[in-house]
Write a protein that binds this ligand. Structure first.
Ligand SMILES: [Zn+2]
Length: 456
């Protein structure tokens, strides 16, 4: 009997183990430095989750961290420190916001400007919480690819937010060397904090997302809120910094507050939703800091047969980014390198390049990548040049003869980058009509680094 029971239990465990894994991220953009009641909301959320044995990720704005210190709210700092800590920019909605100052800048000068404007708050969050923030996410949809360069240098491994500028099949992906949790479509969800009738709807949507991801072999679901949503009925920044407004500090207005009844209902709805999530069999609630360990490593060597697919399609193939595939063709070890700085056209007139000249160009490209840790904008063949995509396609199609046939690269990967900057950046804080097309162009150039993140 006991043996039968053991066999039965082993069978049940095997079935459970075979179920595709679902990872759930719960995070809070902790940003309101205008309304002190939002401090109490952060405290109550952090403590309520801790009492349930759950760890969320609180992405903290630099000025918010300093304001908590100035107000003597060590109770809030301590409660938050029981969770994972991320970073959410220096001032969030003061102008210029990140997209406002990054638009028109290149990858490297933009990264330096991001460091100049956002570095102090990053250091303050690190000092007050005693940890390097695990992740970053932009304020609103004020996103720019230059941030990736500096975040990597600061030791941040995860970009966790939502937006339409870049994505990969509504699941996490690698981009700019970071693990991105972004653009998850229906896998980003939340329950209404105002409407009790929405709670069963939100539960059903969550269950449907779990079922759908299980069919795909597992995946990631995220939910995010802002502690200020439990304190106020409107956003602290919308009432002050809307459409480019930049009032002085003494003129900042406080948002309208919830009534006590509405506040209590908001907590009840939230914790009932969370209790539904955590009751899901086989679901693991993780923080941004824990997330990378559940994915295959970012850098692995691409087989030559896969790399040769760049000849007809510059895209992510078999889980490798175009940059991974190009490094493999150049005989370089796998590692992250950034995409090119600018778009250049080919001006090679010939249809064939002599072997010796092409091999010299290839060695030159490999040396550039090793030295600069990024892909070149173009590769010279004597006085003429091949654009990066044309060089990659030509190299991938090289059959080893006495001449190499010039091929034109087809940049399929760029279809993963959002279009229509006015739509992608339509945050209420940005000036009306704000359309930073140059940020999307830089995002397309960095799409060489884009690939899906695969669960282990
Ligand atoms: Zn925010």
């Amino acid at each position: 009997m006991i043996r039968l029971l053991t066999l039965f239990l082993a069978g049940v465990l095997a079935l459970a183990a075979a179920e595709p894994p679902i990872f759930y991220l719960l995070w809070f953009d902790t940003e309101d430095y205008v309304e002190p009641a939002s401090d109490d909301a952060a405290l109550r959320l952090a403590a309520g989750l801790t009492s349930r044995g759950l760890r969320a990720t609180f992405k903290i704005v630099g000025e918010k961290a300093r304001v908590l210190e100035q107000r003597g709210r060590t109770d809030v700092l301590r409660a938050l420190a029981a969770h994972d800590i991320g970073y959410h920019s220096e001032y969030h909605s003061l102008h210029p916001t990140p997209a406002e100052y990054l638009n028109g800048m290149g990858l490297l000068d933009g990264a330096a400007e991001f460091a100049r404007r956002e570095g102090r708050g990053f250091g303050d969050v690190e000092r007050l919480f005693g940890v390097t923030p695990s992740c970053y996410g932009q304020p609103g949809n004020s996103w720019g690819p230059q941030a990736n360069v500096m975040l990597r240098r600061w030791g941040v491994k995860v970009y966790m937010d939502d937006g339409g500028q870049v994505g990969f099949d509504q699941q996490p992906f690698w981009y700019g060397g970071l693990l991105y949790v972004f653009n998850l479509g229906p896998n980003t969800m939340r329950a209404s904090l105002n409407d009790p009738a929405d709670l069963p709807v939100a539960r059903a949507k969550f269950d449907a997302a779990v079922a759908s991801l299980r069919q795909r072999g597992g995946g990631v679901i995220q939910t995010y809120y802002h502690p200020t949503e439990w304190a106020a009925t409107e956003f602290w920044d919308g009432v002050n910094f809307r459409h480019g407004a930049n009032p002085e500090r003494q003129d900042w207005k406080r948002p309208n507050l919830r009534t006590p009844e509405s506040r209590e209902q908001a907590y009840r709805l939230f914790f009932e939703f969370v209790d539904h999530v955590r009751a899901t069999p086989g679901l693991k609630i993780v923080t941004a800091r824990e997330l990378p360990q559940y994915f295959e490593p970012r850098d692995k060597a691409a087989p030559a047969a896969v790399a040769r697919r760049l000849a007809t399609s510059i895209d992510a193939h078999e889980g490798f980014s175009p940059a991974d595939l190009l490094l493999s063709l150049l005989g370089l070890p796998p590692r992250h390198v950034d995409g090119p700085l600018r778009r250049m056209a080919s001006d090679v007139a010939e249809k064939e390049i002599p072997r010796a000249a092409f091999d010299r160009a290839k060695r030159d490209a490999a040396e550039f990548v090793t030295r600069e840790q990024r892909l070149p904008d173009a590769v010279h063949v004597g006085a003429r040049r091949l654009s990066l995509p044309d060089f990659a396609a030509t190299l991938a199609g090289d059959e080893g003869g006495s001449t190499v046939a010039v091929r034109r690269g087809v940049l399929e990967i760029e279809k993963r980058i959002g279009t229509n900057a006015a739509k992608q950046y339509n945050w209420v804080i940005h000036p009306q009509g704000f359309a930073p097309e140059e940020l999307l162009e830089l995002a397309r150039l960095q799409a060489w680094t884009l690939k899906p993140a695969r669960l282990r």
